[in-house]
Design a protein around this ligand. Structure first.
Ligand code: MLT
Length: 408
C-alpha cells in the first residue's frame, strides 16, 4: 500500500504563479470579451535576438549530420559554455571561479528548488521576506520547515528576515542562533532591492564566521544599473568558502521558453564537518540530470559573443524603459512605488490598505490588469503588489493608464 510524501501535504495551496494563472483563466472564461493585460509572472515578451537564433539554427543543423550529431550532453555542461561563463561572468569581474565550478542546467528555478537536497533536513533556513516563493516551498517539500502558523503565516523552522519600506527593503543580519542556509536574492525578486558591495560583504563575513551557507540567486544581475552593486557574490572576499550562486539566461537573454541556467559551487565550499559540496552537487547532477541540450548551450554561448552582448543589452534597456514608465506613471497618480531601478519589478503599496489579494481581484475585475499579490512572496509582502516590466511597451502603457483610472 503506497503512501505519499507527507511533506507535500503541508504545502499551502497551489504554487503562487499557478494560482494566479488559474484565477485569470477562470476570469477569462467568465468574461471572454475582456482584454486582459498580464503584468504578473516575470515572463519575457521580446523575441530571441538574431545572434542567438543563428546559434540555435547552426546547432540544429549540426544535429542533422552524422559527423556533428550530439546525443547526451555532458551532465555538468559543455566546456565551450562553462569556459565562456567563467570568462565573462566571473574572471571579467575579478572573481576566482573556474569553469569546472560551474554546473550548467535547465534553469535557475529548478536549481533553486533542487539545491536544498544536498543539505541536512535538520538545517535551518533563513529567507528574506518577501522573496521568490520557490525557496520556502522546496524546503517544505523536503520537510525542513516545521509547522505553519496560520496567524503569522510563518513556518516555525524558517528564519524570516523582513524587508519592508521601514528598513529600506534591506534585511538585517539574523540575530541569535545562526541559520544554516541563508537564501539571498539580489537584485531582489519582488522588491527590486540590491546591496552595495560592502553590505553584501557583511553577509559573506557572517556566513563564514557562523559556518552558514549562502544560496545567492543572481537571476536579475543584468538589470543592475548602479555601479557600486556587485553582480556576483564572488566579488566579495571569502565568498568561495560560503556561497553558492544561481544564474539564469531567462531574464537577461529571454530564455524563459528555451531553458538554460547554471549554478556555481566552488570547490572551497565545505560544511562545518568538512564535506565539500562540489562533489555532492556533481553526484546529484549525474544521477538526476542528463545535461542541458546542446542546442540550448550553443544559444547560451552566443549570449557571450560581442554581438550577443550588444543585443541582450538592448533587451534589458527595453524592459527597463517599461520599469521607468510604470514607476513614473504610478507615482504621478499618487501610488507609492519601489524598485524598478536595478530590477525589472516594481513593488507598490496597495491603495487604501487593501490586502494584496483583494487588490489583485480588484484590478483583474475592474481594469483587467494582472499583477502579483505581494503576500504571495511572504508575510511581509502583505499590503504590497508586484508589477513586472517584462511586458510589451504598448501593453505596459495601457495597463498603467488603466490602473491610473481606478477610483477607490
Ligand atoms: C517571477 O515572476 O517571479 C518569475 O518569473 C518566476 C520565475 O522566474 O520562475
Amino acid at each position: 500500500m503506497f503512501k505519499v510524501n507527507e511533506n507535500y501535504l503541508n504545502l499551502r495551496g497551489s504554487y503562487l504563479f499557478s494560482n494566479i494563472a488559474k484565477k485569470v483563466a477562470a476570469f477569462t472564461e467568465a468574461n471572454p470579451d475582456k482584454e486582459i493585460i498580464r503584468l504578473g509572472i516575470g515572463d519575457v515578451t521580446r523575441p530571441l535576438t538574431p545572434t542567438i537564433i543563428n546559434a540555435i539554427n547552426k546547432a540544429t543543423d549540426e544535429m542533422a549530420h552524422e559527423e556533428t550529431f550530439r546525443g547526451y550532453a555532458p551532465d555538468l555542461g559543455y566546456d565551450f559554455l562553462r569556459n565562456a561563463i567563467a570568462e565573462h561572468d566571473y574572471k571579467a569581474r575579478g572573481c576566482n571561479i573556474e569553469p569546472d565550478e560551474i554546473f550548467v542546467s535547465d534553469g535557475a528555478k529548478s536549481d533553486s528548488g533542487n539545491i536544498q537536497e544536498i543539505f541536512s533536513v535538520d538545517n535551518k533556513i533563513a529567507v528574506c521576506d518577501p522573496v521568490y516563493p520557490v525557496y520556502v516551498d522546496s524546503n517544505v517539500m523536503a520537510g525542513r520547515t516545521g509547522t505553519f502558523n496560520e496567524a503569522t503565516e510563518q513556518w516555525s523552522n524558517v528564519v524570516y528576515m523582513p524587508s519592508t519600506a521601514e528598513n529600506g527593503f534591506v534585511p538585517a543580519l539574523p540575530e541569535g542562533d545562526a541559520p544554516d542556509i541563508i537564501y539571498l536574492c539580489l537584485p531582489n525578486n519582488p522588491t527590486g532591492t540590491t546591496l552595495k558591495k560592502e553590505e553584501l560583504q557583511k553577509w559573506v563575513d557572517y556566513a563564514n564566521e557562523h559556518k552558514s551557507v549562502i544560496i545567492f540567486d543572481a537571476a536579475y544581475e543584468a538589470y543592475i544599473s548602479e555601479i557600486d552593486i556587485p553582480h556576483s557574490i564572488y566579488e566579495c572576499k571569502g565568498a568561495e568558502t560560503c556561497a553558492i550562486e544561481l544564474r539564469s539566461f531567462s531574464k537577461n537573454a529571454g530564455f524563459t521558453g528555451v531553458r538554460l541556467g547554471f549554478t556555481v559551487v566552488p570547490k572551497a565550499l565545505k560544511s562545518a564537518d568538512g564535506h565539500a559540496l562540489h562533489p555532492l552537487w556533481a553526484r546529484r547532477h549525474g544521477t538526476k540530470f542528463n545535461g542541458a541540450p546542446y542546442i540550448q548551450q550553443r544559444a547560451g554561448e552566443a549570449v557571450y559573443s560581442a554581438e550577443g552582448q550588444k543585443e541582450i543589452k538592448g533587451l534589458v534597456a527595453y524592459y527597463m524603459e517599461n520599469a521607468k514608465m510604470i514607476c513614473e506613471g504610478l507615482e504621478a497618480a499618487g501610488f507609492t512605488v519601489y524598485g524598478g531601478v536595478n530590477a525589472p519589478y516594481i513593488w507598490m503599496k496597495t491603495p487604501d490598505n487593501m490586502s494584496s489579494w483583494d487588490f489583485f481581484d480588484y484590478l483583474l475585475k475592474e481594469v483587467n490588469v494582472v499583477g502579483t499579490p505581494g503576500s504571495g512572496f511572504g508575510p511581509s509582502g502583505e499590503g504590497y503588489f508586484r508589477l513586472t516590466a517584462f511586458g510589451k511597451h504598448e501593453n505596459t502603457k495601457a495597463a498603467i493608464e488603466r490602473i491610473k483610472s481606478i477610483k477607490l
